[in-house]
Design a protein around this ligand. Structure first.
Ligand SMILES: *Cc1c(COP(=O)(O)O)cnc(C)c1O
Length: 362
């Protein structure tokens, strides 16, 4: 058996399913039937072709990706997609961005280098504790696209409905709730997600792209920043991140095995409810950040009476085997990241700890 594992609440890189880690470990030295490690095989080999093709097929099945969409494995993280979206699809135009917090802002900052960025809505005045209502969106029907962030990993707010944007292509950064629930790809022109939150190890980014978007790609982009070249090269223009793609494939198989995204969603909702119930029943000792309608099922964020108390909470939680609960440095407070792979038993351990802590210090 592996060494003792703590409850890992890290926001990313985050927990992977234990069966996935165990399979990767078991096969690390030699892939069955191949006689070489996945770390050693050529990306042009038959063995790797089988790995990447089955990862793509399983993701397509999980998400029911409609025909007419490309599925790419790229590098550079979601951060590079912030720029690539604007470089490839936003040239000579103006793009609408919905500002829901740190990651939306980061996307806007990068995009500004290549296109005119308009703020279609912002919840900054509410300290980013919710996503905007449909009626608050000031959309430009002449925009090249609308960009939003499905789950704000730092603030802990998540969209539970899709924004309605008419005929303008809808693009989302889905890095931290990708594969956590059924998701309507067909409403979107581009969906991208860095793997290391919910889908695999750091080093690969999943990009799902509707075919008509390729017509917009301007000539002369550096090849690795060019969606058209990446589609034509089938994510194998140059050496792809072989190992992360392999692990993403294992995670996709794991999800299919447990019943797919509807089942995963039910489990995630049940886990998140336990933590939100603990916040809500604490009499204000723990104060949830997100407004109820925008609460994230992936990243639960809350504050306590003082920073000193929050620091003590993190210290005692860590000692009790609950790791990674400190909020992001930009917002402070506490954050429990409970992605797909995070087990319900760990959530229960957190809730028990919260009750004990309040009894002791409250
Ligand atoms: C982590 C994160 C990013 C940045 O991802 P990188 O892969 O580190 O570039 C972007 N958007 C969201 C929503 C994230 O959670």
């Amino acid at each position: 058996m592996t060494t003792q594992r703590v409850h890992n609440f890290s926001a990313g890189p985050a927990m992977l399913p234990l069966p996935v880690l165990e399979e990767a470990q078991r096969d690390l030295v030699s892939l069955p039937g191949v006689g070489m490690s996945v770390l050693e095989i050529s990306h042009r080999s038959k063995a790797f072709a089988a790995i990447i093709e089955s990862a793509q097929a399983d993701l397509r099945k999980l998400l029911a990706i409609p025909d007419g969409y490309h599925l790419l494995f790229l590098q550079g993280g979601a951060t590079l997609q912030f720029a690539m979206v604007a470089m490839n699809l936003g040239r000579d135009g103006r793009a609408d961005y919905i500002d829901t917090g740190s990651w939306a802002k980061a996307a806007m900052k990068e995009a500004q280098k290549f296109t005119k960025v308009q703020t279609a809505a912002s919840t900054q005045a509410d300290n980013y504790n919710r996503v905007p209502r449909q009626s608050e969106l000031k959309l430009d029907s002449g925009a090249t696209y609308v960009h939003y962030t499905t789950n704000e990993t730092i603030g802990g707010v998540e969209w539970h409905e899709y924004p309605e944007v008419g005929a303008v292509p809808l693009i989302c950064d889905s890095s931290s709730d990708f594969l956590s629930k059924p998701f309507d790809i067909g409403r979107h022109a581009v969906v991208y997600a860095g793997a290391q939150k919910n889908v695999g190890p750091a080093g690969v980014t999943v990009v799902i792209l509707r075919d008509d978007m390729l017509k917009r790609v301007p000539a002369g982009l550096p090849v690795l920043l060019d969606y058209k070249a990446m589609v034509e090269g089938k994510s194998l223009y140059n050496t792809p991140p072989v190992f992360p793609i392999y692990v993403v494939g294992l995670v996709a198989k794991w999800l299919l095995g447990l019943g797919g995204l509807a089942e995963m969603h039910a489990r995630n909702q049940a886990k998140a409810r336990l933590v939100y119930d603990a916040l809500d029943s604490s009499g204000g000792y723990y104060r949830g950040h997100a407004q109820p309608g925008s609460r994230s099922n992936m990243n639960v964020t809350w504050r306590m009476g003082s920073e000193a108390l929050e620091t003590l909470f993190v210290k005692e939680a860590t000692a009790a085997g609950l790791d990674g609960l400190k909020g992001h440095r930009s917002v402070g407070g506490l954050r429990a990241s409970i992605y797909n792979a995070f087990p319900e038993a760990g959530v229960k351990a957190l809730v028990d700890f919260m009750k004990e802590f309040q009894k002791k210090h409250g």
